[in-house]
Design a protein around this ligand. Sequence first.
Ligand code: SF4
Length: 198
Amino acid sequence: MAHALIASPFLDGHLLLKPGARAGARISADHYEGLRQATTDGESLPAWAVQTAADMWGLNLGGRPAQGAVLVREPSPYGYCRASWEINLGCNFGCKHCYLGERPFSGLGWEDKVRLLDIMREAGVLWLQITGGEPTMDPHFQGAYWYAWQAGMMLTISTNGSLLWRPDLLKLFRDCPPYRLVVSMYGASEESFDTLTQ
Ligand code: SF4
């Protein structure tokens, strides 16, 4: 089952987050450690966490085991918290202002993508932006998105929006909600849009 919450170190403190939600809660180091312990010891979610989830996001997690309900991110000696990843430089638009030049349709192979995401997780990355090119065109986009989401990252996808009609993409975003979808708007009219994106 997908986790409902993420508990994570963040800078000099700790956060409790809900995937897909903008708002998060600062929690004490003791509460973070308590959640960590509860997940490893097979205990229920502590009452304060149940209450916070209800107050903050309207979730009912009462009686749920901590393991499964909350994904606890391990502390990292590197202490990174944000990263941005150009997963593939290819794009189906040809914007006149694009800084990517020829936009070669290329990115890492699947095994290197997994390795990169593992490195980012171990480095402490909590917020990850996946961009391109057009990221949703990458052949491994959905697998990489899911892998990062399961690793407890809050994902921002920067997209030109051209593939957001696809049912498989919409299902992915519904099942594993992103922190943000940032959609570029390239024209106020069909004509200005086509002129700019070519
Ligand atoms: S949508 Fe973005 S990546 Fe694609 S051509 Fe336009 S500016 Fe470049």
